[in-house]
Write a protein that binds this ligand. Structure first.
Ligand SMILES: O=C(O)CCC(=O)C(=O)O
Ligand SMILES: [Fe+2]
Length: 191
């Protein structure tokens, strides 16, 4: 499997490997407990249009952008998708953060998934459903960027030192009119 990153981390793009992505998209839209995300920007708490949800093996608490979420129990679709990701990537996961972008005006700013609750250097499996969106990596030291298109039903796996050395983002795109669901399966430290 080819590494998309030229240095300091590993990102493997498996392409469209999730069967029936449109069926999963519709099911997740209906069954997930979507909530508008709250983020703190320049000290101000704002409610995003983007919706999120947090699921896991246990009621794991996960804090990011100064808000704490408690994981809900898996749904059947999430467990199926988790198993597919584990099989394809050869790794295991115990939690999943979901994001729903209604159209290209909704985005995700530069960040690393390096919160202390996440098991360091463990793989993160990112499944994309619905509209195709550009995904970019930016190196923390020299700003080198690497971009790819995340297709409907695709899997991207980030591991190794990726979160320590690179940030990633979903930029806005006014051309995108359709919704996209992203699932990132993670391994939280289990104490
Ligand atoms: O929507 C995506 O592909 C990225 C989501 C992401 O980076 C995250 O949830 O941490
Ligand atoms: Fe992320």
């Amino acid at each position: 499997m080819e590494n998309l990153l030229p240095k300091d981390g590993v990102a493997n793009y498996y392409g469209k490997v999730i069967p029936n992505p449109d069926v999963y998209f519709e099911a997740l839209l209906r069954t997930i407990d979507w909530k508008n995300d709250e983020v703190v920007i320049f000290g101000k708490r704002i409610v995003t249009k983007r919706e999120t949800a947090w699921y896991g093996d246990k009621p794991f608490e996960y804090t990011y952008s100064k808000t704490t979420k408690t994981a809900l129990p898996w749904t059947s679709e999430l467990l199926e998708l988790k198993r597919s990701c584990e099989e394809i990537s050869g790794e295991t996961y115990n939690s999943c953060l979901l994001n729903l972008y209604h159209d290209g005006s909704e985005s995700m700013g530069w960040h690393s998934d390096d919160e202390p609750e996440i098991e360091k250097e463990w793989a993160i499996a990112s499944v994309s459903l619905g509209a195709e969106r550009k995904f970019s990596f930016k190196h923390k030291k020299d700003n080198e960027t690497v971009s790819l298109l995340l297709e409907n039903g695709s899997l991207l796996v980030m591991k190794g030192k990726t979160q320590q050395n690179w940030q990633h983002a979903i930029p806005k795109s006014m051309k995108v009119m359709d919704a996209r669901i992203n699932l990132t399966f993670r391994k939280l430290v289990d104490v």
